[in-house]
Design a binder for this molecule. Structure first.
Ligand SMILES: C[S@@+](CC[C@H](N)C(=O)[O-])C[C@H]1O[C@@H](n2cnc3c(N)ncnc32)[C@H](O)[C@@H]1O
Length: 568
């Protein structure tokens, strides 16, 4: 089994996955939170946040994909189809119905890919957990339901603040289903509470081992057939045969607290596994601005949560699938715990972050990345299907450190920035402009040159999916050359999607290398004239579009800034 990261919509991959091929599925899909999850980027010069871009959106409306999802669920023949039909009668073609129509076919495929010994954990919240549970009942059968796990993710939340008419919402719900009775299950335990130890394990033997004492008498006495004999001068009906009692005495397991007292059994604390895990998980706080494991990807879950799930429902060498893997918490946990893994995410940036994460955790981690354009035709297809993702991909191929979202206003015309050493002036900037569409013209080259000037940058790179016209090339050439250090570089260069894959790439000065720019693993790049290193900007999240400047400052003050500055 080869570990794999898939970039793209999980539905396509799930349709093709072999049946009964995975042991454990954890999925943390969008929750229908009606939020947009953003990432923040910063330049190596500034303390201020420089740019914000969207990682993924969690807003749903009834549209063609929703109708298709609905039809696919109905056509599958699963009982979930009937449940979905009933939901549609009740919910109409609402946002929540669109969300459920997205989820249902994916859950049906996930069930198919699960081995008979496998389990599925669906992470959601109270927005839709009640609907999702019925859909899962329809797919797995109600008897396969194992638990509704309540995970307390934060201590307080402004949800419960004054003015709101509900209690604070501080928990998520994890629905746990087993595919069959043959399910893999390793019971987990929590350490005993110190108060309980102090109260119940008060006694300490000569070896310093804490123990408690327990009754050896047979409940029900003679009526229940318990043997009557003498132990340490005391006659009683005992729970054990005389032979067994003698063996326990030989092992030092029988204690008499004072002469004449009824002998009792010695139970050592260090032999007890702990408190069996229950379905209320309050011991693993969610990721916050001060968390050591904060990566900066919105909705990141704590690794301890995934470790608990993986150890309960899989064994070494098993395969864990996360079809909405985000920044790869499940992947990092699975890899650490000797499981094979498959992660899917529709956001190019997520795959990028996971690669950086894996590389930091295990520099020689072995895995494949699938779904990234590997040839010019697939790069052009990506540009047609999703210009925004094309922009991410081409920025990544160029080694952009700071991603920007094309928008009106001050940032207009900037899709990415590469920072480079510009002695003796410090740090220079290459402005990247990406056009995924077919309509490109020489004015766009002039506009990029204008942006380079406006931003006080030195160079510009125009990336396009379509072939540039000779007039565009002439216009770029007319912008002249710029001296950086001892070399000269064209002020404006054009690179096509084909050239991103097969070269030549634009000639660029040596980029700033910094720990602050996490370096993703990439396929070997075609020859470039200068020798830049691939690199990626760090990100700071603002969940749910609620990010104000104050949130950002708060976030920066929360330690990440210090960590990043220290790293430089
Ligand atoms: C809530 S986040 C997962 C966070 C993750 N558990 C972690 O710890 O980082 C949901 C992820 O699902 C991804 N996503 C949304 N729709 C998807 C789809 N159709 N296929 C694959 N990934 C998708 C989003 O890009 C996002 O990264």
């Amino acid at each position: 089994m080869v570990n794999a990261l898939y970039y793209g919509d999980n539905l396509g991959y799930l349709r093709e996955m072999d049946r009964e091929s995975v042991d454990l599925i954890y999925l943390d899909p969008p929750f229908n939170s009606k939020a947009t999850y953003n990432l923040l980027f910063r330049s190596p010069k500034g303390g201020a946040v420089q740019a914000q871009t969207t990682a993924f959106r969690d807003t749903w409306t009834w549209d063609v994909p929703a109708e298709r999802g609905f039809e696919e669920a109905i056509a599958s023949g699963s009982a979930a189809g009937g449940i979905l039909r009933a939901f549609r009668q009740f919910l109409g073609e609402s946002d929540v119905m669109a969300y459920l129509a997205m989820m249902a076919p994916r859950l049906i495929h996930l069930h198919r890919t699960l081995k008979p010994t496998g389990s599925l954990y669906l992470h959601c919240d109270s927005t839709a957990s009640h609907y999702l549970k019925l859909i899962l009942d329809g797919i797995f059968g109600p008897a396969s339901f194992r638990n509704e796990i309540i995970w307390k993710r934060s201590h307080a939340h402004n949800d419960g603040k004054q003015g709101s008419s509900h209690f604070g919402r501080i928990t998520d719900t994890i629905l746990f289903y087993a595919k069959s009775e043959k399910v893999t299950w390793n019971r987990g335990y929590l350490p005993y509470d110190q108060k309980y130890i102090d109260r119940d394990y008060r006694r300490v033997d000569e070896d310093g081992r804490r123990y408690r004492i327990g009754d050896l008498r047979g409940p029900g006495g003679a009526a229940r057939g318990n043997p009557y004999y003498e132990v340490m001068g005391v006659f009683r009906h005992w729970a054990y045969s005389e032979a067994k009692m003698e063996e326990m005495i030989r092992q030092g397991r029988v204690v008499q607290t004072r002469p004449g007292a009824v002998p009792q059994y010695k139970r050592y604390l260090d032999e007890m596994p702990g408190v069996p895990l229950q379905n209320l998980w309050v011991d693993m706080p969610g990721i916050n601005n001060r968390s050591k494991e904060l990566i900066g990807y919105p909705t990141q879950k704590p690794i301890a949560l995934l470790e608990r799930i993986i150890s309960a429902s899989s064994n070494q060498g098993d395969t864990v699938l996360d079809p909405f893997c985000g920044c790869g918490t499940s992947i990092a946990a699975a890899d650490k715990m000797g499981r094979n893994w498959i992660g899917v995410d529709i956001t190019h940036y997520a795959i990028d972050v996971i690669e950086g994460r894996l590389r930091r955790q295990k520099p020689r981690a072995e895995y494949q990345v699938k779904g990234r354009p590997a040839d010019p035709a697939s790069a052009r297809r990506l540009a047609e299907q999703d210009p925004y993702e094309f922009q991410w991909w081409s920025n990544w191929m160029l080694g952009v450190q700071n991603y920007r979202e094309r928008k009106k206003g001050a940032d207009k015309g900037i899709d990415g920035i590469i920072y480079f050493h510009n002695p003796p002036h410090g740090v220079g900037q290459v402005i990247i402009s990406v056009k995924g569409g077919q309509n490109i013209n020489p004015d766009m080259i002039s506009a990029l040159e204008g942006t380079v000037k406006r931003e006080d940058a030195q160079l510009g790179v125009f990336v396009c999916a379509a072939a540039p016209t000779p007039a565009m090339r002439r216009n770029a050439a007319a912008m002249g050359l710029v001296r950086i250090g001892r070399e000269q570089f064209p002020r404006i260069q054009i690179v096509t999607a084909d050239e991103l894959l097969i070269g030549p790439l634009p000639a660029l000065p040596r980029p700033v290398e910094s720990e602050a720019f996490r370096q993703p693993l990439r396929p070997p790049l075609p020859t470039r004239v200068a020798t830049p290193q691939p690199q990626l900007s760090f990100a700071l999240p603002i969940p749910g579009m609620k990010g104000s400047r104050a949130d950002v400052q708060d976030h920066l003050a929360g330690g990440l800034l210090a960590e990043l500055v220290a790293a430089r």
